[in-house]
Design a protein. Structure first.
Lengths: 308, 305
């Protein structure tokens, strides 16, 4: 019941934000929350493999970058159809996730962390060395994705697109984790030996989850490119991957609302610290360490009972 | 001419390899014995580089600066271990990754507050700045040879400590079964601090030697750290021998790839295609190598447990 109330309240507040912010003459907040919602999609997708699947991927930013680069490269060659761009973003991310997942899921524990990180770094360097697409400096998005009915150039319309997609993605993850597939995934996280014993080989389930998560993060990347209007290899940097992980942990691993709450919490704290001091990372770092040490259940833990 | 060039690049590769080894040795021991993922290992490398540059400027002597860098990193490493990391040994890898990620943010920002965001370059003393003629027509920087020498010497010392001393015996025992070592009455806490300080000092050594070759800047540690991960994945966790072999392979492959892949491709592809594909492929080479090793040997070349 509390969960339902939370969702109604959250959606109402988010839906009411643009008119309120416009009325107050603070369009900055529309921009900020739109960015948070887009990254919340990425965090939600990471939660599927990290929170429910127990796969500590330290390279999830790769798919954010691939999604963004897909949109931007297509726009560079004059293809602006949003459907096509986003389909390519999702497809390309899924393919790369399939390749990276196929190699890294065979390994476990520390190896998995290091391998996902290393492959993402490889893509990051690839982005840097692609001189055609701006290399280190990145490239400007030539035109925003063209969609029927909505205009992404309009800040408020784009905001609602991001809101609807975020809710949809969170719902999809919710459905997946409560399906038979999701149950197997979660079972192989909580006790791999037992789930093997009852006849499930975790590998294909994990790989499928890895690919779904990558594809969804690719969509977030496509949105992110439209949001920032400028694509840099830094989208794929390990810092971005770490940020996404923190959103999931801060919000609560393996919870439906967690990644969203975490994205809001992390980015708002970042914004406050940035307004306060130039050296905000000096404070953010220790804050993150403390949250890991003492706030293990995450924000969603305050809200709903943990399913694990 | 070409032979000379290849030989020089091979030396460069070896020199980069021994630096990777200094980093990887500490990291792999900490991973193997404490089962601890320490992303902040790269920060210790950065701290070593900065302290050495600052020490050199302050004392006016390169040797004293290097000593300050080495000892300073040892102290910083031990303080970090006692203050922050000790609480993490019992946690899972995810917590360790996140907490040490927080440490990286902290250290990078601290360094840029003290020394600024720009790059620092450290000057070499006259006795290290020259070139030496290895054979006719080849002039190789003395400093890079010195780095190679120090790295190899450290590898030998490390081999001696790990295989021939009591401390090394405890380290190896700890890597294969730490509960048993603790049960036999070894002060495992002290052993952890010593090993961590040891690893930190090696990272500091790598950092202070990197100063005159690469730019000293905030975030320099993460660039090398991720390559060190590749080294450890290739070599196998907890194995110092694996770290050495992996580091040399990665150092040489990366250096030769960057130097020769473009001209090599140019002989097969059109010059423009080679111009575009060469650097891209060169920067991806070691990661592809890692993927191949993983496909053949998922636990690395030298599996310690």
């Amino acid at each position: 019941m509390r969960g339902k109330l939370f969702w109604i309240a959250a959606i109402t507040v988010l839906a009411a934000l643009p008119p309120v912010a416009s009325a107050l003459g603070e369009p900055f907040y529309i921009d900020l929350v739109r960015r948070i919602m887009i990254l919340a999609i990425a965090a939600a997708s990471l939660n599927l493999i990290l929170g429910y699947g127990g796969m500590v991927s330290f390279g999830h930013a790769a798919y954010l970058g691939i999604g963004a680069y897909s949109v931007s490269i297509l726009a560079f060659y004059g293809i602006t159809s949003g459907w096509l761009q986003w389909a390519v973003a999702i497809g390309a991310s899924a393919l790369v996730a399939l390749a990276i997942g196929a190699v890294s899921i065979r390994a476990s524990g520390v190896y998995f962390i290091m391998i996902t990180l290393a492959f993402t770094q490889m893509l990051y360097y690839l982005g840097i060395s692609l001189e055609v697409f701006g290399g280190d400096d990145g490239m400007r998005l030539k035109a925003k994705s063209a969609l029927p009915l909505v205009d992404l150039g309009d800040a408020v319309q784009f905001y609602y697109v991001a809101l609807v997609l975020m809710i949809t993605c969170v719902f999809i993850i919710f459905k997946i984790t409560n399906s038979r597939f999701g149950m197997v995934l979660r079972a192989s996280k909580s006790n791999e030996a037992r789930s093997r014993a009852i006849g499930f080989s975790p590998y294909p389930y994990r790989l499928a989850a890895f690919v779904i998560a990558g594809a969804m993060c690719g969509l977030a990347g496509a949105l992110y490119a439209n949001h920032t209007n400028y694509i840099v290899p830094g989208f794929m940097s390990w810092v971005q991957s770490g940020d996404l992980m923190f959103m999931v942990i801060l919000g609560g691993m393996g919870t439906t609302a967690g990644p969203m709450l975490g994205a809001f919490a992390l980015l708002i704290v970042e914004e406050i610290l940035k307004g306060w001091t130039e050296h905000w990372q000096l404070w953010l770092g220790p804050l993150l360490i403390l949250s890991v040490l003492f706030f293990k259940r995450g924000l969603a833990g305050l809200l709903e009972r943990r399913d694990a | 001419m070409t032979g000379t060039l290849v030989f020089e690049q091979l030396l460069n590769g070896l020199q980069y390899g021994v630096m990777l080894f200094l980093m990887a040795a500490g990291l792999t021991l900490v991973l193997g014995i404490m089962n601890m993922v320490n992303l902040a290992h790269g920060s210790l490398y950065m701290v070593g580089a900065y302290l050495a540059v600052a020490g050199t400027q302050w004392t006016g002597s390169y040797a004293l600066g290097a000593l300050i860098g080495f000892a300073g990193t040892l102290v910083v490493g031990m303080v970090v271990e006692v203050v922050a990391l000790r609480a993490l040994y019992q946690r899972d890898h995810l917590d360790q990754v996140l907490a040490t990620f927080g440490l990286i943010l902290f250290f990078n920002e601290l360094v840029s507050m003290i020394w600024g965001r720009g790059s620092l370059y450290s000057a070499l003393p006259a006795w290290l700045a020259g070139h030496v003629e290895l054979f006719a027509g080849s002039r190789y920087p003395v400093y890079r040879l010195a780095v190679l020498g120090v790295g190899l010497l450290t590898a030998v010392i490390l081999w001696y400590v790990v295989t021939r001393t009591r401390l090394g015996m405890l380290i190896r025992a700890g890597a294969s079964n730490r509960t048993m070592v603790a049960a036999l009455g070894v002060n495992i806490r002290l052993l952890y601090t010593v090993v961590f300080g040891f690893g930190a000092a090696l990272a500091g050594l790598a950092g202070l030697m990197a100063g005159p070759i690469y730019a000293v800047q905030p975030g320099m540690g993460e660039l090398i750290l991720i390559q060190v991960f590749v080294v450890i994945v290739i070599g196998g966790i907890g194995s110092v021998r694996g770290a050495l072999v992996g580091a040399i392979i990665v150092g040489v492959v990366d250096t030769l790839g960057r130097a020769f892949l473009k001209p090599l491709l140019a002989t097969m592809l059109s010059p423009t295609a080679a111009e575009a594909a060469g650097p891209a492929l060169a920067s991806m080479l070691i990661y592809l190598l890692m993927a191949v090793v993983l496909a053949v040997k998922p636990a690395g070349l030298f599996q310690s447990r």
